[in-house]
Design a protein around this ligand. Structure first.
Ligand code: GLU
Length: 301
């Protein structure tokens, strides 16, 4: 029987998309919990996607450990978890369209050759072809991209001058993050990208690529990055401050406070499910901190 209700785009579909480069730390939990809360607040869906596109940076077992940790925190994907390593055909189809349109091109330039121009590619400068060329997207002169971030306000970038023609497929054959993330967010029907502010300056590239592919642009909201005592961003790859999945309540409470929410709302929770229920009821997006970085809170119980 044919479903009489026409297939409609979801009102809200969010996602959390960790790269398996190490254990989840307090900053990753902040992004996961923040995106989950915003999705629940909007009565929307929330997907997890493993961004395992960069074998040289991947840590064996990290993806499974991240998923186990998310489970322990009660942050469970509403759809089967997608793995980018299994989605090459989608990335290739999008790349083929860009090549056929003349928007993407094969590039033999080395990083060293581009260093003279601050690493920004405006035209090919390679003296000779290389066996492993990259594929870049052409960014026409004068291209500026602006968008309104849900938390950080108006963001504008001179894409041609500051970023230049950017890589879609790397010289080592790996798909570039910018390409895969755009293809996947569209293919998965993501309406709302909520992630850490370290990706704020990737967003104009992603919007430009969406337009080149004729894809919709989701809403963006960039949460503050957590900084360690020395003022550095916590990073999965340097094994900073892994969250303790065996004892999820303190880490969830700390993330909740960092998200500017009312601490007292979670006082009575004794287990993860209860805490998430209370958090869903009490969450107020207007309290989210409108800043790009914030010192990591010390754990309290
Ligand atoms: N895979 C990226 C990371 O782990 C996040 C990508 C995104 O949310 O767009 O930092």
């Amino acid at each position: 029987m044919i479903d009489p209700v026409p297939c409609r785009a979801p009102v809200y579909r969010g996602r959390f998309a960790p790269s398996p480069t190490g254990a989840l730390h307090a900053g990753s939990l902040l992004a996961a919990f923040g995106s989950w809360l915003l999705a629940r607040h909007a009565h929307g869906e929330w997907f997890v996607r493993i961004e395992d596109l960069d074998p040289p940076r991947e840590v064996a077992g990290a993806a499974a450990a991240q998923l186990a940790a998310l489970d322990a925190f009660g942050l469970v994907s509403d759809a089967p978890v997608a793995k980018q390593s299994e989605r090459s055909a989608l990335y290739q189809a999008a790349l083929d369209r860009l090549l056929a349109d003349g928007r993407a091109f094969v590039c033999h330039c080395s990083r060293t050759a581009l260093a003279a121009n601050g690493g920004v590619h405006r035209r090919c400068v390679a003296a000779q072809p290389r066996p492993d060329p990259a594929i870049r997207l052409r960014v026409p002169d004068g291209t500026r991209i602006a968008f309104d971030d849900g938390l950080q306000g108006r963001i504008e970038q001179d894409l041609a001058g500051e970023v230049g023609d950017f890589v879609l497929k790397r010289a080592d054959g790996c798909w570039a993050y910018q390409h895969a993330v755009v293809v996947d967010d569209a293919a998965q029907g993501v309406t709302d990208v909520v992630r850490g502010a370290d990706l704020l300056d990737s967003t104009p590239r992603q919007i430009f690529l969406q337009r080149a592919l004729g894809l919709p642009t989701p809403r963006y909201l960039h949460l503050p990055l957590l900084l360690d005592e020395a003022g550095r961003k916590l990073s999965k790859s340097d094994a900073a401050r892994p969250v303790d999945a065996a004892d999820p309540l303190p880490a969830l409470r700390a993330a909740w406070r960092t998200l500017g929410q009312d601490e007292t709302a979670l006082h009575d929770a004794t287990d993860t499910a209860g805490l998430l229920r209370a958090a869903t009821l009490a969450f107020d997006p207007r309290r989210l901190p409108r800043t790009v970085a914030i010192p990591a809170l010390q754990r309290t119980t």
